[in-house]
Design a binder for this molecule. Sequence first.
Ligand SMILES: N[C@@H](CCC(=O)N[C@@H](CS)C(=O)NCC(=O)O)C(=O)O
Length: 154
Amino acid sequence: MSIISRLISFDNPAFNGYVTYGSVLVLKMMIMAPLTGRQRMKHAVPASPEDVSMLKGREILKSHDDVERVRRAHLNDLENIPIFFLAGFAYLLTDPDPTTALNLFRAYTLARCLHTFVYAVVVVPQPARGLAWGTGFFITGYMAIKAICHFKTF
Ligand SMILES: N[C@@H](CCC(=O)N[C@@H](CS)C(=O)NCC(=O)O)C(=O)O
């Protein structure tokens, strides 16, 4: 069996963790769309003019902080989670210790869920959001550096 087939295999707990926590992160990001829609309906903030007809009889607002918050949290997911997928996959190919890899995927997923929670669900004062974001940032950076040090092909 080649090293690649051993690493990209359901017998490898690190690969299983990558797929499991990656799927949790996909669902977490998907939730941002209905969360935005909920805030738009609540505060009568249509995304586009054709949506005004769904808010009949209500005072239409151009924007509201609750809508913008969820949008910023969603954008922050988009700035961070796709690069986690890239760095996480490259890291998996370095044949990491499975327990370390699993714990990094767990910590990353928890950190991104907390980031959304303290940013867009319950507004928690800083440094809550910064810490949640920083945890994810350092994990992604660590995995990318591990991959660079392992493959070193420039
Ligand atoms: N695009 C981000 C880059 C820096 C960043 O991601 N900071 C974290 C920790 S303070 C954050 O949650 N930023 C809020 C945001 O992206 O809306 C920003 O403008 O703030």
